[in-house]
Design a protein around this ligand. Structure first.
Ligand SMILES: CSCCC(=O)C(=O)COP(=O)(O)O
Ligand SMILES: [Zn+2]
Length: 254
């Protein structure tokens, strides 16, 4: 196995694996091109540093997934796994891979991404943003483990949908993001994520305490802009908190 230039991700000596045509396109919007491009941006924003976090895109009946434990800012189109969708989440061996790059294993986030696609998403993003982690800690301290992140009366909440076909939040609406507990292994978050999705059918995001966030959207552009709006709100909330300002004026925060 040789290492490609600018990455430590192994490929065979020709850079070829199976079903290569599924990840070869000159279209920049093709998922095999878009995932590496998005992850480079996310790395620069501190969302996927140290190999954690990532993104997955559904195109028709194909799901494109990045490898696990690799530098996400170094991804190349030929590093992508392709799953035939729908596919079982468990056991991992039953998943219908139609492209598996050599010497790589698919992201540990795969069943969580699949849960988002089962909700009708076209793209799911997982970040380890420190702002997301910090708000989970502040909510836990002030409201306990059952808490939600809630915010209202901030213009940027208009960037988040209220639910499928319901338009986006208005300035005076309260945006509510459920928080689930972290687990020792990423894959074991799936049950908590699905419970949160069922209990909050209108949500497009779930925070993971002391870990980060999963955000999904109808398209890659919507998932990305929603994730940006949320990250803005989390940073703002933390900075407001430092200034002694409650970020949710409808709730009595410490
Ligand atoms: C330092 S990353 C720890 C594992 C994690 O949280 C994660 O998101 C890993 O995702 P991967 O796609 O690398 O399996
Ligand atoms: Zn993670």
């Amino acid at each position: 196995m040789a290492a490609t230039q600018n990455t430590d991700i192994p490929v065979d000596s020709n850079g070829h694996t199976n079903n290569d045509h599924l990840v070869q396109s000159t279209d920049p919007e093709h998922p095999a091109n878009l995932i590496p491009e998005m992850c480079r941006k996310f790395y620069n924003w501190g969302w996927v540093t140290g190999t954690g976090g990532g993104t997955s895109i559904r195109r028709g009946d194909h799901i494109f997934i990045a490898p696990s434990g690799v530098q996400k800012e170094m991804l190349q189109p030929h590093n992508m796994f392709v799953l035939q969708y729908p596919t079982p989440k468990y056991p991992p061996s039953s998943r219908k891979y139609i492209r598996k790059p050599l010497n790589l294993k698919p992201s540990d986030c795969t069943p969580l991404f699949l849960a988002a696609f089962d909700q009708g998403a076209g793209c799911c993003i997982h970040t380890h943003s420190q702002w997301a982690v910090l708000v989970t800690l502040l909510v836990e301290r002030d409201l306990g483990k059952e808490g939600y992140f809630e915010i209202s009366n901030i213009e940027q909440i208009k960037g988040i949908p209220k639910g499928k076909g319901k338009g986006n939040h208005g300035y005076h609406d309260t945006l509510r993001i459920p928080i689930i507990d972290n687990t020792p292994f990423e894959e074991d978050l799936t049950e908590g994520l699905e419970k949160a999705m069922n209990a909050n059918p209108d949500t497009y995001a779930v925070l993971v305490r002391r870990h980060g966030i999963y955000v999904w959207g109808d398209t890659p552009a919507k998932a990305k802009t929603q994730c940006e709006s949320l990250d803005y709100l989390f940073q703002l909330a933390v900075e407001m908190h430092k200034l002694g300002l409650p970020w949710d004026i409808n709730r009595n925060q410490k």
